[in-house]
Design a binder for this molecule. Sequence first.
Ligand code: ADP
Ligand code: MG
Length: 221
Amino acid sequence: MINVNGLRKTYTRSHQQVHALNDVSLKIDAGSFVAVTGPSGSGKTTLLLSLGGLIQPSTGAVNYNGQDLYGLSPSRLASFRNRTIGFVLQTFNLVPYLTAVENVMLPMLPLGGNGTDPKKQAVDLLDRLGLADRKEFFPRELSVGQQQRVAIARALANEPEVILADEPTGNLDPALADEILDVLEDLNKNRGKTVVLVTHSPQASARAGIVLKLRDGVLVS
Ligand code: ADP
Ligand code: MG
């Protein structure tokens, strides 16, 4: 279970303060599918990155099963993140000079493997996402939908309990978006993953069990 308590994040830019998150508290049960919606600039990405241990909040805490994320040392936080959380970003962030299977293997390497062959695990993941015949392709040789599926496979590399996705369908046409949403829904329903999906598409938030709305850094519903 993820417990967010009194989260505030203030960015300072050229002597101006931006209150990106303003006292956000929420609970996310293990195995739930939560959508975070809200207009551009409302703090969605800041919230998602704070949930993922990537942005130190100004005040407040993020707890995973009682573990205070930002109370961990940077190296323990990095290792917790790598094991527990899979990130899927709008821009995919695939490494252009690595093949699909190499991209998926990337997060497995710092953990030194868990006894199974990383390449075999990566191939299995690509297989599950319908990309068995694309594993040796470079990102530029894949369609956008396929690139996004490689990014999802990579997010799943270490079998994380939690998937944090920031507008993963933002660049896709509605049919491809549906395909990616099917994948996320399957991971939630059939594999028990907790999914937090940032989106401003009603098509996407309709998939979630819980829809949170942010406005100017405040949770409004
Ligand atoms: P959303 O994802 O909903 O569009 P963001 O979390 O990206 O919102 O941004 C929330 C607010 O914080 C915006 O006003 C944005 O301009 C500001 N902001 C985001 N990141 C930074 C940053 N690194 N430095 C300064 N301001 C930022
Ligand atoms: Mg954003």
